[in-house]
Design a protein around this ligand. Structure first.
Ligand SMILES: O=c1ccn([C@@H]2O[C@H](COP(=O)(O)OP(=O)(O)O[C@H]3O[C@H](CO)[C@@H](O)[C@H](O)[C@H]3O)[C@@H](O)[C@H]2O)c(=O)[nH]1
Ligand SMILES: [Mn+2]
Length: 820
């Protein structure tokens, strides 16, 4: 859908020609509630709202709109804003169940033949029982895939009544997250096709960096040209670095006027980019004595007062102006934990509450630009289009990455997982909250239950005192909370003046503000996990809320995935640490199912990710088994001539073919499939293993999990492409590589042993084990190659030594067992 007048008129005409009741009865599964149920915000009847594209065509569109609106409002018939479309997946279900039945048969066979076999048999049984459990979790999570189709054009009827949205961007470190990336994200948000007087963009800077502030200041000047340009020509990609440097995005208009403006815009962007780059190179980016920057002089990053600056203010409330843009660096002081991203978002929630108090909040990471300028409309279809009482708590867009490496060599694009697991969970209580690209309902973040109650020591309505205890002592902020909880939004004195709320905003950004309140436990983003996103979403689902996946075409947001081996593993390690922190806490989904309103299958769906950090235990055992059996002359698989061998062979073949088919069905290559299989094993043995160790150390009180920010790749943001290691597996001195290197060495020894056995004519039937041995070496091929390479493509010799020592111990133990 394009918000230009021509298409709008076309849309109107098609709506009018269609017998209207068809929409309502078309799909029995359609959940879109009647639009007259929508609880549009009462306080938002701004009289100065006009249409964004006021020309003749628009006048015509507006006329149609009024007619249609009258017609619709006159009768009980109204158009749903979205439809829930169940996806057909018979073949997939059949294969999933076949695999499940084979697994059960295998377990039964193991149990029946346990007595006549050694302890490796028992070990295999344990591992396979775990694999069966994981399969049940996957099967249940994928069983009912659902896609939501949204009809944003239908919202145009209510354009005057659309609710405001506060948009949050978080950044933490100007070196790991180059400001030009943040700037592009911010520009793409400012250019949304949505009434600009209903948008406010808040940027949280945990780095408290004058450079970031400078970059935003410069970007705001550029935005005054860029946003009108995008809207005038209906530009699709509104992050300039993608628009100007992505080859697929060539200028779509040949008129001389357009070419002239395009060139001008490109030059202006170049100037902006260069300014920011120059500032980056200087030790002090700008003159800190000038009025704008004086707040940044003499400050320490981890110890400073809050800095809140309104960079852009849409004072006149112009629909086609620019949204507000506010820079926020919350107060930090070593005495108080700052809770990383979750803490930053809670501060933004309060600051925005005090300033604009929109009933909806969009949050994105600094590296996730908006790729679909209509996304707010799409999300609003989901958030406004429900029957009362069945509202979605949040609308999450999947994380999709730009400039993804061909065939996903690092296995971090998660395309297939998001497709099958993502759509599957959509059919349950709804997708996980994944930290970025998500539209929240503010009142849900404020701890409201779907039945309109609050959870504050019991579930009663809040008194004034209760409000202060839960939300903190700022009176002004409490007033805005009250409005939200009672279904209103904005501030009482709407339209407001941002500077009048400066004091309140500063107060709620204090680092001690949350002491003794419910922030981080029951309200806002929840603390206690480095995967604060999953935890926050889980707490919301546990209250019985549903969520929806918002997946428009083109994709809503695009982000940047780490492009190096170690960076990707560090990220995975942090996720798994955070996920296990949830699993081993009172927020465990099983507890939430028993004591609160998390549905059982949604609990299983949470187990799909929460179990990542445990998966290395059975996998490590299972991968070690073939090597052990070859070295110790034992076996864990039935002999080839036994019929039971067929169960395993069938499992292996059907599982791999099935997953390959899943990849091919959505247009991914065979290579991508293989890379993902392989990286699945590698990540388990490296990042997930260490994530587990982190959590154990944390539980023992020896370690505090920190949020290590992922390095963002600047190459495409700065227009040059000198990224030659992209996709090649690189190593560093980190101990994270030891377990996998050890496994490879052990398997090499086993391979040699198997070959020796063969040449000595001792070929007992251990073919199954040998096949496994080869398969493991194939999966860990980057490590096998790494043994022989130099520099960052090779495994450092210290890591090889440690691994060799461990491998020697293992081989020695195996041999002892075999002699005994
Ligand atoms: O102290 C901090 C640390 C991080 N961030 C921000 O958090 C976001 C995510 O950080 P990043 O290093 O990019 O982590 P990723 O692994 O890429 O993020 C994924 O995983 C996180 C949870 O581990 C989620 O919060 C993210 O939304 C999700 O994209 C970025 O905008 C950071 O600026 C802060 O604001 N303050
Ligand atoms: Mn990120």
């Amino acid at each position: 859908m394009e918000l230009d007048a021509d298409r709008f008129i076309k849309g109107m005409e098609s709506v009018m020609r269609r017998p209207v009741h068809e929409d309502v009865t078309a799909d029995v599964d359609s959940e879109g509630g009647s639009s007259s149920d929508m609880d549009f915000d009462e306080s938002e009847g701004d009289s100065n709202v006009a249409y964004p594209y006021e020309d003749k065509r628009c006048a015509k569109a507006r006329c149609y709109c009024t007619i249609v609106l009258r017609f619709l409002m006159a009768g009980p018939i109204s158009l749903p804003l979205y439809e829930k479309l169940p996806q057909k997946n018979t073949v997939q279900r059949v294969l999933d169940v076949t695999i499940f039945v084979l697994l059960l048969t295998l377990l039964a066979y193991r149990i029946l033949s346990l007595k006549s076999n050694g302890f490796s048999w028992f070990f295999a049984l344990l591992c396979e029982s775990w694999f069966t459990f994981v399969w049940v979790v996957i099967l249940s999570s994928k069983w009912n895939p659902v896609v939501y189709r949204t009809y944003p054009e239908r919202l145009l009827f209510w354009i005057d009544e659309l609710p405001p949205v506060d948009m949050f961007v978080t950044t933490a470190d100007p070196t790991l997250e180059p400001p030009i990336i943040t700037v592009n994200t911010v520009l793409s948000l400012l250019a949304f096709d949505y009434p600009a007087n209903k948008l406010a963009c808040y940027v949280s800077d945990d780095g408290c960096s004058p450079l970031t502030f400078y970059a935003l200041l410069e970007a705001s000047k550029f935005a005054k040209l860029w946003v009108p340009f995008c809207k005038k020509y209906g530009i699709h990609t509104r992050a300039p670095f993608r628009y100007f440097y992505d080859e697929e995005e060539s200028p779509h208009d040949n008129s001389t006027e357009f070419i002239r403006e395009y060139t001008k815009m490109k030059d202006e962007y170049e100037v902006l980019r260069r300014k920011i780059e120059d500032a980056t190179e200087k030790s002090i980016p700008c003159d800190l004595s000038s009025e704008e920057f004086v707040a940044f002089s003499d400050i320490e990053r981890r110890n400073h007062p809050s800095i809140i600056k309104v960079i852009l203010e849409n004072k006149e409330g112009l629909v086609d102006g620019l949204p507000h843009l506010i820079y926020v660096s919350r107060e930090k002081c070593p005495k108080y934990p700052h809770h990383y991203k979750a803490g930053a978002l809670n501060v933004l929630t309060r600051v925005s509450g005090a300033m604009t108090n929109a009933p909806f909040i969009l949050n994105v990471d600094c590296d996730m630009y908006a790729n679909n300028s209509q996304i707010v409309f799409h999300a609003m279809c989901l958030l406004l289009g429900c029957k009362k009482g069945q509202d979605f708590a949040f609308a999450q867009s999947p994380q999709i990455f730009y400039d993804g490496l061909k065939d996903d060599p690092l296995g971090n694009q998660l395309v297939a997982t998001q497709k099958y697991i993502g759509e599957g969970i959509s059919g349950l209580q709804g997708p996980y909250y994944s930290g970025t690209g998500c539209f929240h309902r503010r009142k849900v973040l404020y701890g409201l239950w779907p039945d309109g109650c609050m959870e504050t020591g019991g579930r009663s309505k809040l008194t004034d005192e209760g409000l202060r205890q839960s939300f903190g002592h700022s009176r002004e902020f409490s007033k805005t909370v009250e409005r939200i909880l009672s279904g209103l939004s904005g501030k009482a004195d709407c339209p407001y003046d941002l500077s009048s709320s400066a004091e309140a905003a500063n107060q709620v950004a204090d680092c001690g503000y949350e002491c003794g309140t419910s922030w981080g436990t029951k309200i806002g983003w929840i603390y206690g996990s480095t995967s604060e996103d999953v935890l926050t979403g889980l707490k919301i689902h546990a209250r019985g809320w549903r969520s929806a996946e918002c997946k428009p075409d083109p994709p809503a947001f695009l982000g940047c995935a780490p492009s190096g081996g170690p960076a990707s593993l560090t990220q995975q390690k942090r996720w798994v640490t955070g996920l296990l922190e949830i699993l081993f806490s009172k927020n465990n989904p099983f507890i939430a199912t028993l004591t609160a309103k998390l549905q059982f299958r949604q609990c299983l769906a949470y187990m799909y990710i929460l179990s990542w950090g445990l998966r290395w235990i059975p996998e490590l055992c299972y991968i070690a088994l073939p090597a052990y059996c070859i070295i110790a002359n034992s076996h864990f698989l039935p002999k080839v001539e036994e019929p039971a061998f067929l169960i395993l062979a069938a499992l292996f073949a059907i599982y791999n073919l099935h997953s390959l088919l899943e990849y091919c069905r959505i247009g991914l290559s065979i290579r991508t499939w293989w890379n993902n299989q392989r990286m699945g094993r590698i990540i388990t043995m490296t990042a997930w293993f260490f994530g587990f160790l982190n959590v154990i150390l944390k539980l023992l009180g020896l370690f505090e999990a920190v949020f290590e920010v992922t390095q963002k790749n600047q190459s495409s943001a700065s227009g040059d492409d000198n990224h030659k290691d992209a996709g090649r597996f690189t190593f560093n001195e980190s101990p994270i590589f030891v377990p996998a290197t050890t496994l490879v060495l052990v398997h090499l020894v086993a391979m040699v042993k198997a070959l020796l056995n063969l040449t000595h004519g001792r070929h007992e039937s251990r073919i199954g084990e040998v096949i496994c041995n080869v398969w493991v070496l194939l999966c860990f091929l980057p490590f096998l190659k790494g043994l022989f390479k130099k520099g960052k493509y090779g495994i450092p010799s210290s890591t090889i030594c440690k691994s060799a020592a461990l491998a020697a111990v293992f081989v020695h133990l195996c041999e002892r067992v075999s002699i005994a």
